[in-house]
Unconditional design. Structure first.
Length: 248
């Protein structure tokens, strides 16, 4: 099921680019969703193996409402095979099943069930703890392939959702920070103001998220984004989850 979440955040810096894994910023649209302007992707349509908005490649009703600005392959830019404490992602392992992709991983620090968000019935560190070395278990301590993701998450077409349909500016395996084009401004924000943002998840593996910015004057690196996180504005009553056309 495609879900979108809307929140208010306090704006610190004036330029936005977002990297996402199996999800994408929807409002305001990020550079990752540049192909939303192509006719082949309007209304939730898609050309590759999987779409970000709909399960039907011809489109769907939910893509015409709250998620309309999410039409494209925005969720197709991601890093995979990235486990805690490793120096780099292997760009091929989709599900680690409790194993690390390097020989000297870091042990997780989020082990309480209410912090793990998925597979919470498994005992932490046990054989059933299939998400033990996933990035969310120690936020900030897993590598990424690129701050703006890799097209399809792998240099070559992979199994599952590791696929990306070629567009004029990018193909499978390209790095987002190098290939994603600058487009018209999706929004104009004033530094220090409160703005509304939303993201949509297409394939949910649990975890968490943070909104970050990188100034247009700096290279698009993970370090740049980590230096500029946005602050959530107020309490949880300022957020909402949208299922199809319904807010909750």
């Amino acid at each position: 099921m495609a879900v979108a979440a809307w929140l208010s955040v306090a704006l610190l810096v004036g330029c936005l680019t977002v990297a996402a894994s199996h999800g994408s910023l929807v409002f305001s649209p990020p550079r990752n969703s540049a192909d939303r302007r192509l006719p082949a992707f309007t209304g939730g349509k898609y050309l590759g193996l999987y779409g970000c908005n709909c399960g039907d490649r011809s489109g769907c009703a939910s893509a015409l409402g709250l998620r309309s600005s999410g039409d494209e392959q925005g969720c197709g830019w991601f890093s995979q095979g990235c486990t805690l404490g490793c120096l780099r992602c292997d760009n091929r392992t989709q599900h680690t099943h409790g194993k690390a992709t390097c020989t000297s991983p870091m042990e997780p620090i989020l082990n309480e069930p209410d912090a793990r968000t998925v597979n919470i019935g498994a005992k932490a560190g046990s054989e059933q703890d299939a998400y033990r070395y996933n990035p969310w278990r120690a936020p900030g301590y897993a590598p990424v392939t690129d701050a703006c993701g890799m097209a399809g998450g792998s240099p070559t077409l992979g199994l599952g959702h590791a696929s990306f349909h070629t567009v004029p500016w990018a193909k499978q395996g390209d790095l987002g920070s190098r290939m994603l084009p600058k487009g018209p401004a999706a929004a104009t924000w004033v530094a220090g103001s409160v703005v509304e943002v939303g993201w949509g998840v297409r394939f949910n593996h649990g975890g968490g998220y943070q909104y970050r910015l990188c100034p247009a004057s700096e290279p698009l690196t993970e370090e740049c984004f980590q230096r500029h996180p946005l602050i959530f504005n107020g309490s949880s009553d300022r957020s909402a989850a949208a299922y199809q056309q319904t807010l909750r």
